[in-house]
Design a protein around this ligand. Sequence first.
Ligand SMILES: NC(=O)c1ccc[n+]([C@@H]2O[C@H](COP(=O)([O-])OP(=O)(O)OC[C@H]3O[C@@H](n4cnc5c(N)ncnc54)[C@H](OP(=O)(O)O)[C@@H]3O)[C@@H](O)[C@H]2O)c1
Length: 296
Amino acid sequence: MATNLTGKTIVITGATSGIGLATAEELTRRGAHVIGVGRSVGRCRAAEERLAALNPAARPAFCTADLALQSEVRRLAGEIRGLLAARGPAALDGLVNNAGTFTYWLALTTEGFETQWAVNYLAPFLLTHELLPLLAAAPTARIVTVSSESHAHTSLRWADIQLRRRYNGLLAYQQTKLADILFTAELNRRLRGQAPHVHAFAADPGLVDTPIGQKGTPELVQWVWQRRRDAGIPPAKAAQGIIALLDEGLAPRPDTVYWRHGQPRQPSRQAQDAAAAQRLWALSEQMCGTNNGSLS
Ligand SMILES: NC(=O)c1ccc[n+]([C@@H]2O[C@H](COP(=O)([O-])OP(=O)(O)OC[C@H]3O[C@@H](n4cnc5c(N)ncnc54)[C@H](OP(=O)(O)O)[C@@H]3O)[C@@H](O)[C@H]2O)c1
């Protein structure tokens, strides 16, 4: 039976398209108060109207932020804090770090980071850090970061982690998805001591029929992705796996971080490297300037 999520407040990034939009829709149908995040004012407005039509009582809200920029992630966190404070006791039951991008060419953000590294990895790290006090204030809370099976095709290139010297778009994407799993593992390790009622998961949605490979990419890449996505599952099906992880009925296993369609899976050997997870955490704190963070 579908879990009733009435009264739960869940932030989901990248909620204007694909897996994120489908997840936001299903959460809203089940009564959750969704705070969606997108980068375009128009697409956020359209998604908010769509959710409100599904369940007006759930009072969905959207915030616009370009997650490629840390300044925007911090501003977004402030906006979310304000929204929650206006609605009653400020607590957050779930955070879904779903927003993701694929860039074929090397593109640096105005803050000097490689775009995929910034959106797919640093934004989840920083947004989680910023929202952690709100998550810790809930009786139980879940953090789901959307990774990918493609993490298994690479290891982290420590000497050039953003691949700025020798860029390869696919490799850069795979690295971010591996980093998402290492981050989740290290986050759980730190949460165990300080906030054991908050648990983090890395979700692998499988191959999903979404436009991710067709946004600003060369024509050939768009053609290839069209053929790949044709073989993918519908976003609504992928959303079920994410929602399963937000369900309090699912008991987290302390040693399992990587889940596909709501079932625990073994990630790659590189994704289970505890020393790499700690090294990545320290590097991420440097990159985000969060050295005084609550989980440091
Ligand atoms: N599709 C797959 O087969 C697959 C497989 C494994 C993992 N994933 C992961 O699933 C997640 C969702 O991807 P999807 O396939 O659903 O793709 P999608 O349809 O393109 O959705 C991506 C979402 O992220 C948003 N976004 C992108 N860059 C952003 C930025 N700089 N700031 C704020 N929001 C931004 C997009 O906004 P716009 O609507 O404005 O573009 C959109 O809402 C990603 O993390 C992806 O890596 C996908």
